[in-house]
Design a protein around this ligand. Structure first.
Ligand code: SF4
Length: 495
């Protein structure tokens, strides 16, 4: 079965000689750097759980290309059931890591390129889809981690790609050769890029016919010449250099270990190019990717919220407040917010429909609603966690202070609440809450898979306001049934 073990995953990363900068400095072996290693652990969990027999059904799938059982993170969605299992997989992994485990961007990217390459071929007579299928067979056989790269720097936001003073603000083809192309530009917020095998480059916006050079989708090995990863920093990241419980999430990083990836005139051979100049299809490609990715958040953030709810509930026990009715009601509210979002993601998946190329898309209205809710619910869940855990989370001193013989005794004495619990356990859980509800985590929930307004635009477009007016008229005027109205949540494409 083509499933890497976590050890094989780490070894295979070591075999890549990538150009990476961490903490502003060039590092030879980034995956061993203390700022990066926790993020490698996040992704490694996806490999670990795929080998557990009890998780085989959600962590793996049968490839429609080869009939082999492959990692679900390399699988093309073949049914609504596949989409549902993906959300279940994300919740499972979110529970095990308490954070982002990175591989979904590549998964949604490969599904988007799979679907669009078929449609481009149908419309333009190209042969991208067969190329991509061959590439995907290798990805599945080697259980590769792809970093999906879509977000361009975008430069002046009021200008289109072709209008920028600096044309490199969107990744573009700068040279066309008989055997491939040369690309230049950068992609931002690249989740897991520094610990992925390959970067899957996709256009980040709809394009006009005169913007052909920006319509490029291709796969680039992480260690290809000219590829540079610049690792971003996160809230409290330097605590990882100190070690100890102040890190918060001691084994795993906060969110996805994002990088800027620079393409400094990178050559891409023809067999790795899956779109090259077909501007008409870029908007659809971006929509496909974003719709799948928006539904994910009900899974992964649901799993993360499970851990946060658990940490918060334990804090209430350590404080002795757990029987208070108001405290219990606030925990119920955290549960309600979590399950509401998860239910929407499951609904979007259950209502999935087939795309022209045969793969399955989630129901767009529900998928966008999931992500819109996440931009609020995660903040509200964090707020309730802060409310219940208390100001201690923000004011406790560092772990070393508790070990200082001059003051440690005072800290232990005056931070002891319910004496059944060791004070350092309270510190540990407080630090987890502090770090997993801090700025980086919140901003990721806000902007990952698109900023809130992007979802609202789709929601309005999907809502069918004119049809809702017809419904109102039918009810108010007592006329006969209005024909052809879709059921809520059911795609019109199949109704
Ligand atoms: Fe996956 Fe969630 Fe991380 Fe996005 S934020 S890559 S959906 S775990």
């Amino acid at each position: 079965m083509p499933l890497k073990t976590p050890e094989q995953y780490v070894d295979s990363l070591r075999a890549l000689k990538i150009r990476a900068y961490v903490g502003g400095e060039r590092v030879e072996e980034p995956i061993d750097h203390p700022l990066v290693a926790p993020h490698v652990n996040n992704a490694a969990q996806t490999y670990t759980l795929a080998h557990r027999p009890e998780h085989e059904d959600v962590m793996t799938a049968v490839s429609h290309l080869t009939g082999e059982r492959v990692h679900r993170f390399t699988h093309v969605f073949q049914s609504s059931d596949d989409l549902v299992k993906k959300i279940q997989m994300l919740r499972l992994l979110g529970q095990r890591t308490g954070t982002c485990f990175q591989r979904c961007v590549g998964l949604d990217g490969l599904n988007a390129v799979y679907a669009i390459s078929y449609e481009v071929d149908q419309g333009e007579g190209t042969d991208y889809h067969a190329r991509f299928r061959r590439y995907l067979e290798r990805v599945q056989a080697e259980d590769l981690m792809l970093a999906g790269a879509m977000t361009d720097p975008k430069g002046h936001r009021a200008k289109r790609p072709s209008e920028q003073d600096d044309p490199d603000q969107f990744v573009r083809v700068v040279k066309r050769l008989p055997d491939g192309v040369v690309i230049r530009g950068a992609k931002l917020h690249n989740t897991g890029g520094i610990n992925a095998h390959e970067v899957l480059v996709m256009p980040g916006t709809a394009l006009r016919p005169e913007e052909k050079d920006y319509a490029i989708a291709c796969a680039v090995p992480a260690d290809a010449e000219g590829v540079i990863f610049i690792f971003g920093r996160q809230t409290n990241d330097r605590r990882k250099l100190e070690g100890g419980c102040d890190i918060g999430n001691p084994r795993f990083g906060a969110v996805g270990g994002e990088s800027m990836v620079v393409f400094d005139d990178v050559f891409v051979p023809n067999d790795r190019i899956f779109m090259n100049g077909e501007t008409d299809y870029c908007g659809t490609l971006v929509t496909y990717f974003a719709t799948w990715h928006r539904s994910n958040y009900g899974g992964c953030k649901g799993g993360n919220a499970d851990v946060l709810i658990g940490a918060t509930a334990k804090m209430t026990r350590m404080l002795g407040t757990e029987r208070n009715a108001i405290v219990r009601d606030k925990l119920i509210e955290m549960i309600h917010l979590t399950e509401t979002t998860y239910a929407s993601a499951i609904g979007a998946s259950a209502m999935g429909y087939a795309l022209p190329g045969g793969s399955y898309m989630v129901e767009p209205m529900m998928a966008n609603t999931v992500k819109q809710n996440i931009t609020r619910n995660i903040y509200q869940i964090a707020r309730l966690s802060h409310d219940l855990a208390g100001g201690f989370v923000a004011t406790m001193p560092e772990e070393t202070a508790f070990e200082n013989p001059e003051i440690g005794e005072y800290l232990r004495k005056y931070h002891t609440a319910n004496p059944e619990f060791d004070v350092m356990e309270r510190v540990r859980f407080g630090r987890y809450i502090e770090n997993m509800t801090s700025v980086t985590t919140m901003v990721e929930a806000m902007h990952g898979a698109g900023s809130p307004q992007a979802q609202r635009i789709v929601m309005l477009g999907q809502a069918g306001i004119d049809k809702k007016i017809e419904l109102a008229e039918q009810v108010i005027h007592g006329t006969d049934d209005v024909a052809g109205l879709p059921l809520p949540g059911r795609s019109e494409r199949e109704s």
